[in-house]
Ligand binder design. Sequence first.
Ligand SMILES: [Fe+2]
Length: 206
Amino acid sequence: MTVEQQRTSSAPIDSVIEERRRTNRVGMLHHHAFQARDMEATRHFYEDILGMPLIGTWVERLNPVTGQPDNYVHTFFETNDGSCLAFFQFKSAESAREASLNKFANSNPFAHHIALTVNGKDEIAYFKKRLTDHGIAVFETDHGYCYSIYFHDPNGMQVELTTHVPQTAEMMRDASKTAHEMLAQWLAEDDVETNNRNRGAGWVKA
Ligand SMILES: [Fe+2]
């Protein structure tokens, strides 16, 4: 079934989604990589606070970008589906800072953030408390199609934890039918009304 056929199909939504994903040749997130300012602080944050185990540490002595001898470490912290957040740290703090996206300043969520899934609002509340107990500022927002908290890691990278909500399946089903039309309309017009009927609270400090 082509994407166009899926958009106009009357097949049950589960089978449409199953077919859409079955025919997609790109799989789950392998890893997302970012620069670490302090790898031990990063390990503490992801492993001890968020509970994502460190499953690999690679020491590299050749920089594949420059082709020159170098010295950096590459770590992987695992989620419960086997995908990872990865981090680099060079021995030279200056090299790490220069290679970083944000120079270790807290990133604006529109510039960059990474979102990970948790299972339900109770888990959102669990992590909100856990993070605030560790002195980490947490913001939350109700997207309508999901519910999220946001915070910065020790490297200034913004992390989002988000959960599906009861209306997620219906909203995403409807969105998938109109995604191309909405994009074309927004690109063509200057003042398009929101199509997010369930958007809730904005950026609220937890
Ligand atoms: Fe997000």
